[in-house]
Design a protein around this ligand. Structure first.
Ligand SMILES: NC(=O)c1ccc[n+]([C@@H]2O[C@H](COP(=O)([O-])OP(=O)(O)OC[C@H]3O[C@@H](n4cnc5c(N)ncnc54)[C@H](O)[C@@H]3O)[C@@H](O)[C@H]2O)c1
Length: 255
């Protein structure tokens, strides 16, 4: 088993789900900055992310993918391998966030948030593992949330006096932490690492218009997508070769 060494992803291939914008886009760019080629997977067009990766001199393709579809995820893995010949890194970042309370959580909201975060990550992990096992290496990084650790993060919409990320989101992100640990225990002997990042409020389309009260955080600012992306690079690289099944808190010190 290889020991840890400085992060260098030269010529490695990463798949990032939900990479058309926000944290996923920042992950794609940061991984490319460390030398990786990137497959951008999203339901939204990924052209902007592809252009940003190519500006760094790395290869990138966009594959339109709904991670809630098993068939779409299997096609994603097959096409990524056909295009680049290998997959070294999988970042499960696609996610949706319902902010309504338990009484107002409909089946549709429950299914959407559980399906994107938890089922989507399950499908992607299941589809990539045979390839990673065959190669005897791989790094999987799951984007969870402090919601999944503490049961929802306080965030107020303008004009409202309280609010919180919803129960479906918290359950999905908490489930993803358990899945991370379960799979990590299963695949370590194959040279495959599985870790999670748990961010707090990060500036993106998901959080626009909401106040996270970050003046009370030890690091008193909103997180930026780049803050999360650099943690992902660490967990995706050889710099973390004795870390698996871990949850890396990237939250300005609030938890
Ligand atoms: N922004 C935050 O404060 C914050 C905090 C903790 C965790 N997170 C997590 O980070 C991840 C990225 O969030 P973001 O803030 O960049 O939000 P975002 O809404 O900007 O990005 C989410 C991306 O996921 C994609 N996506 C949604 N459903 C999908 C599906 N079924 N298949 C494929 N792609 C899909 C969207 O199209 C979008 O590009 C999410 O998992 C989110 O839960 C965000």
């Amino acid at each position: 088993m290889p020991i840890s060494k400085p992060a260098d992803l030269t010529d490695q291939v990463a798949i990032v789900t939900g990479a058309a914008r926000g944290i996923g886009q920042a992950c794609a760019v940061a991984l490319a900055g460390a030398g990786a080629d990137v497959v951008v997977a999203d339901v939204l067009p990924g052209d902007e992310t592809v252009a940003k990766v190519r500006e760094l001199g790395r290869r990138a393709i966009f594959l339109a993918t709904d991670v809630t579809s098993r068939a779409a995820v299997e096609a994603l893995m097959q096409r990524a391998i056909a295009e680049f010949g290998r997959i070294d890194i999988l970042v499960n970042n696609a996610g949706t966030l319902g902010r309504v309370g338990i009484e107002d959580t409909t089946d549709a909201i429950w299914d959407r948030d559980l399906n994107t975060t938890l089922r989507g990550s399950f499908y992607c992990i299941q589809a990539v593992l045979p390839h990673m096992k065959e190669r005897g290496s791989g790094k999987i990084v799951n984007i969870s949330s402090i919601s999944g650790k503490i049961g929802g993060v306080a965030s107020r919409a303008a004009g409202s006096d309280r609010g919180r990320s919803g129960p479906a989101y918290a359950a999905a992100k908490g489930g993803l932490l358990a899945l991370t640990k379960w799979v990590a225990k299963d695949v370590g002997r194959h040279g495959i690492y599985v870790n999670a990042v748990a961010p707090s409020g990060v500036e993106s389309d998901m959080t626009r218009g909401f106040d996270y009260g970050v003046e009370n955080y030890p690091i008193a600012r909103m997180g930026q997508p780049e803050d999360i992306a650099q943690a992902v690079v660490f967990l995706a690289s050889q710099a973390s070769n004795y870390i698996t099944g871990a949850i890396l808190d990237v939250n300005g010190g609030i938890v």
